[in-house]
Ligand binder design. Structure first.
Ligand code: ATP
Ligand code: MG
Length: 356
């Protein structure tokens, strides 16, 4: 018996709908080619236009609606007419937090056929596991007014033993399952003496259950330098919300840029749907021109298939993407070419037909 996967699709703003269209093309093709893949899609227009029309970015029961799906395929959100406060804190954050997607998972893999901006780099292949629900992005704090010219802003970082333990365990389990040799924890416990010290303690404790996996604790300032000087040395990098965010954008840059970088917001217990989205945003500077690179979005849908138990098809997608990049006939402008978003989606579909 095969399972029917119900997917909620949120294309969002800017290039979001343009790249989601290509990801859908790929998924529809896979449905045609593999009769055991059963996916149903429902698209939701919860974006900045929706906000401008309705005064809210999703319906009141939006999260309840999303909970009925097996996964969410998300494009990107962000529009100059709508404050980030709305797009981030009334859409993305509630989804991540309420659906308990406390892991942000980002592969950093240099695909064949893509030059890294780092000279002579070939074997970059690691994952970043970022804490996604607490940490520095906790929206806790405020302004203290203690008189004229005495304005003070306080921003709290919330690190919990339970939250950190779940993230660390996910990192080690991932390493174990995928035969990875090391886990690298990003920290700054020499300067951030409360939250980061607890983070370090918890990672150390969890590491004891995985004696065969090597653990490194690096201060974040040193680690960013190592990402540039020796990125091939990493396997699994685990980091707090802010550090993980910064490391992911840097990771993305060393493997060819935002157009190629997928991500997954995971609820490992599967109590709620997980969400799959590119690392990039809505890219207003190129929106509407049909030139965005859809690879990050298509790869994100591969991560979705993997999460739904179809690692075989996820591998087919990644291999097909690599083949297109190796062939070097179709390249969007971010990769130095003149192809369109749709050309790239079509080329990947053609490649899938050969690879599968
Ligand atoms: P956010 O705050 O939502 O993360 P951002 O400010 O980081 O957004 P992006 O929207 O990710 O910005 O865009 C950053 C730069 O990368 C822009 O110049 C954009 O055109 C480029 N870019 C992003 N995604 C793509 C893509 N898929 N293809 C080509 N270029 C892209
Ligand atoms: Mg960004």
């Amino acid at each position: 018996m095969t399972t029917l996967h119900k997917i909620a699709v949120l294309p969002g703003d800017g290039i979001g709908p343009e790249v989601v269209r290509e990801a859908m093309k790929v998924l529809e093709l896979l449905k045609e080619l593999d009769s055991s893949l059963h996916i149903d899609f429902e698209t939701f227009d919860w974006n900045s236009d929706y906000y401008l029309e309705n005064g809210r970015i999703m319906p009141k029961d939006g999260l309840e609606i999303l909970k009925q799906y097996d996964a969410i395929l998300f494009g990107a959100i962000g529009d100059a007419r709508v404050p980030d406060e709305v797009t981030i804190w009334q859409l993305i954050m509630p989804i991540r937090k309420q659906l308990q997607q406390y892991i942000n998972f980002r592969p950093v893999k240099l695909l064949k056929g893509v030059p890294s901006p780092l000279a002579n780099e070939k074997d970059i292949d690691f994952v970043i596991i970022r804490e996604n629900a607490e940490g520095e992005y906790s929206n806790s704090g405020g302004r203290l007014y203690t008189g004229l010219d005495q304005e003070i802003a306080v921003q709290n970082t919330i690190i919990t033993r339970a939250g950190t333990k779940k993230v660390a365990e996910f990192a080690y389990e991932y390493a174990k399952k995928h035969g990875k040799q090391s886990v690298t924890s990003a920290t700054k416990s020499n300067a951030i003496l409360h939250s980061m010290v607890l983070w370090d303690e918890v990672v150390k404790e969890v590491s004891k259950d995985y004696p065969s996996i090597h653990t490194d604790h690096y201060f974040i300032d040193a680690l960013v330098a190592y990402f540039v000087s020796r990125p091939q040395d990493f396997d699994v990098v685990v980091a707090s919300n802010l550090f993980g965010d910064i490391l992911s954008d840097l990771g993305s840059a060393v493997v060819g840029g935002l157009g190629l970088s997928p991500s997954a917001n995971l609820n490992p217990e599967r109590d709620f749907p997980s969400m799959f989205e590119p690392v990039h945003g809505s890219a207003p500077d190129i929106a509407g021109q049909g030139i965005a690179n859809p690879i990050a979005q298509i790869w994100s849908s591969a991560l979705m298939l993997e999460h739904l138990g179809r690692a075989d098809l996820a591998d087919v997608i990644v291999e097909s993407i690599e083949q297109v990049l190796l062939d070097n006939q179709v390249r969007t402008p971010d990769l130095g070419g003149t192809s369109t978003t749709s050309d790239m989606g079509t080329a990947i579909c053609e490649s899938i037909k050969k690879v599968i």
